[in-house]
Design a binder for this molecule. Structure first.
Ligand code: PSV
Ligand code: MN
Ligand code: MN
Length: 393
């Protein structure tokens, strides 16, 4: 057996110590399927309370210091005040997600719509999101388009690409020099025949046209079954165009289940390519974000578990011995090379992470610490009256 060891134990700890996983504000609101939304006690009623819940995740994991907003779900009058509120809670505001998929106007698409009035409205919203970024100090604008067609012939596929490119150009031109555009792709849904940004290749091609600060967001739930996501990660990192992850798990489609729940081995393989591609370096330009909904499980605990799942996959990826792997690969030792990876994957990294947390002054078990804190019970008492936030509000 090849004993896995990282380049050095202290390097591994240093990477894990600075690992930063961004939380989605919408994970704290009620969510469900088109069949039913199950409300939960204590769910936030506004963006201010969503930030408080995110801070609770960070308090016990020490690894989730920022929260992504979704506009207009998180619309407030004063974004600088919201950023101050986050700071007071010991966290910060991260990526700004635009939303051009919920208005009646977008029935036939947003930026690819054949109607110039709708396109203008959509682009104006994207520009408004850049204004929000200016107020919050955010670096990244994340764009996901629900645009596509349901029937062959419904609209001209090529013209829709032209309209998309034109819209992206205008938004990219509005960014400040330190800001980036993240283009997220998705295989299908809500359009079923043709989606305008269906895959990483399409996203990558548009990013290349735009410029260096246009990068691809890989949402792990947005692929066909059996897609080799780690290959996509390796390719985009090599090309310098992997901008972000939206982490989640899927069994069937875009299930938005907790990352690492359905296939922890896939998450490990992805994180191995991240490490291999240098994206765990201190100056990494990759944003590691969760994009999940907790329909039936408690939300704060669900986010804590997800952060821990990413930490565990990362720790295992860091345990892969690069020298032993290179030697086996160069020797054409198929089984030996595979064993190097599997030995790392099969290592129980929980004690290592527990030690690391204790060293950081945290409880070794964040799930237990959250349960013992009484936070969930307290906010369930405090947050009575008013409408709970939900996915889409
Ligand atoms: C679309 O399925 C998506 O993954 C995009 O990132 C959206 O902004 C997000 O879900 C909303 O949950
Ligand atoms: Mn996503
Ligand atoms: Mn999704």
């Amino acid at each position: 057996m090849v004993t896995p060891h990282a380049a050095s134990h202290s390097d591994t700890l240093a990477v894990l110590r600075r690992q930063h996983i961004e939380l989605p504000s919408w994970a704290f609101g009620n969510s469900g399927t088109r069949f039913k939304v199950f409300g939960q006690p204590g769910v936030p009623r506004d963006p201010w309370e969503k930030l408080a819940d995110a801070a609770q995740v960070h308090r016990h994991t020490g690894a989730a210091p920022t929260v992504a907003l979704h506009i207009p779900w998180d619309r407030v009058d004063d974004y600088s005040a919201l950023a101050d509120h986050a700071r007071d809670l010991g966290i910060g505001i991260g990526t700004i997600n635009a939303n051009v998929f919920q208005d009646d106007d977008y029935r036939l698409g947003s930026v690819t719509n054949s109607d110039p009035r709708v396109r203008r409205k959509a682009i104006d919203h994207l520009l408004e999101c850049v204004d929000v970024m200016d107020a919050t100090g955010s670096r990244d604008l994340k764009l996901w388009f629900a645009d596509g067609t349901n029937y062959p012939g419904q609209d001209d596929l090529r013209s829709r690409q032209d309209r998309l490119a034109e819209a992206l150009r205008e938004v990219y031109g509005r960014l400040a020099p330190h800001q980036r555009l993240q283009l997220e792709y998705k295989l299908f849904e809500p359009a079923f025949y043709a989606t305008d940004v269906p895959d990483w290749g399409t996203a990558y091609a548009h990013c290349l046209e735009l410029g260096e600060r246009a990068v691809v967001c890989v949402d792990t739930g947005h692929h066909a079954a059996h897609t080799n996501i780690e290959f996509i990660v390796a390719f985009l990192l090599r090309a310098g165009r992997l901008g972000a992850f939206d982490f989640n798990s899927r069994f069937y489609a875009d299930d938005d289940l907790m990352v690492g729940a359905a296939d922890p081995f896939q998450l490990f393989r992805i994180m191995y390519e991240v490490v291999r591609g240098g994206a765990m370096a201190a100056d990494t330009q990759v944003a590691f974000m969760l994009d999940q909904c907790h329909n039936i499980e408690p939300k704060i605990a669900g986010q804590i578990r997800s952060v821990m799942n990413v930490q565990e996959a990362t720790a295992k990826a860091l345990l892969v011995d690069p020298d032993a792997l290179a030697r086996a690969q160069e020797a054409g030792d198929v089984l030996g090379a595979n064993a190097v990876l599997m030995d790392a994957y099969n290592t129980d990294v929980r004690p290592l992470l527990a030690d690391l947390r204790e060293e950081q002054g945290l409880h070794p078990d964040p799930m237990a610490a959250h349960a013992a804190s009484g936070y969930a019970e307290r906010v369930a008492q405090e947050r009575r009256g008013g409408a709970q936030a939900g996915w889409g509000a």
